[in-house]
Design a protein around this ligand. Sequence first.
Ligand code: 3UK
Length: 527
Amino acid sequence: MENNTISIDTSINPAKIEFAEVFNVAVPFIDRHLEEGRKDKIIIHTTGGEKVTYEQLAERVNQSGNVLKNMGMSSGDRILMIIKDAPEFFYLFWGAIKAGIVPIPLNTLLRSKDYAFMIEDSGSVGVVYSPEFMGELEPALGQMSKKPEYTLLTEGKSGCFLDQMHSASSSLEAAPAKATDDCFWLYSSGTTGKPKGAVHSHRDMVVTSQYYGKDTLGILEDDVCFSAAKLFFAYGLGNGMTFPLWSGASCVLFPARPTPDKTFEVIEKFKPTLYFGVPTLFVAQLKELESSSPDFSSLRISVSAGEALPADIFRRWKKYTGTYILDGIGSTEALHIFISNRADDIKAGSSGRVVPGYKAKIVDENNKEVSQGEEGRLLIQGDSVCKYYWKNPEKTSATIVDGWLNTGDTYRQEKDGYFIYGGRSDDMMKVGGIWCSPFEIEAKLVEHQKVLEAAVVGRADDFGMIKPEAHVVLKRASDASDITECELLEHCKTGLAPYKYPRWFKFSEELPKTATGKIQRFKLRSN
Ligand code: 3UK
């Protein structure tokens, strides 16, 4: 097989994917389109009115890779990206990969201390960031004993990354790699609150884009993808970037916070055919739809992931917009969705069936498969699963056992084959589709001088969406009269990302605990 090519046999299900011995994934994702006649086709529409063609993308990816090399980065170096949803996200990500450098896109909603941890943990030589995130990133850099060698704004200052790209050469040879070599990482939050770098290989984006993007969602050249979930999530990275690229389609990039009214404006103006959201946003959008009626006629399908989609939301969305929401479960470790509903096979309230190309099993505490209908831990297998967690062999061997990835989720499979979500097997919660560790919020609360201990659990709000609730024990009961919820909330605001703020505070005399002193969070959950 010629270097950097893939052969895909679609006459069988799942399609058989084979990679050339020398394989840099930037070539089939970026350069292939020029050979396939898509030079002038628009790949990116931004909501600000910018358009980028496949040819411009290929040139700018090369320029970006050259900027990184000219700065002194070399194969195997890592670079952190704190970049909004804009074309430069594509340039940085693919330029790095093509040059053999490993990009690590970070959640842009995080705080200084989170960034300081990831800079340190990843040992990255560079950080490139959008000016919007300067306020959290620069203090993180300021407090580090050993700063990354290269820190650079994407735009807004002379000498910034986009400036340097203009004067860089637009030709670049792809660095030789293998399909299973380290390609990029994504951080996944852990129960202890310390994120883990999930290391993905060159082949992983091909696998998700083919098995889920193309074969499950049926994305074709004429499709236009709009993801409300940002590119830095594994979910958004697929929806808004790798799927449209793989199929030679187009995407719409929206850099700001996806509020219901703004997402509707984008849908009316850019007429996407696929819309990707998370349950919390679908709920907020449905509320907005009680008083507005945007034009949804361009949509052929909506997709939900990140947390379970209630059946009622599925029905109401269908009623208002005329489109089905396909719920599917994915993870950062698996890179994208591995169990999913599909346009011709939907069961509302379920996560659907296994995506062809993946395997799933549900096991009991002895790792034996449970009988059909019984709940157990969901394990999955597939070629897009990360190789390991960076510098964390214990977590790696606890999570990936005999080639099976432990999702940490409880599931049961019904007779008809559909998978039904039954909650997490740890205390982690999803808030608006984003991981939230109770331990991290508790640690923040006990930093307050009047707080003795705290336990945080998920509680459903009026719309059935999970948000953090804090149970707090004060050091002295007499403090109860002069501490307010406001004071604790203000305290949380110094250092926690906004989606992690507790929405309710409850004061108690003590917390329920096991004989060994472990907090029994399940006893505090009211729903
Ligand atoms: C939960 C769901 C029920 C579940 C993700 C699509 O969410 C993604 O990745 P994360 O690493 O979280 C993974 C965990 O989130 N979850 C996700 N989807 C569902 N629970 N129903 C669902 N449909 O606990 C899972 O283990 O943040 C989603 C694509 C790529 C992703 N990374």
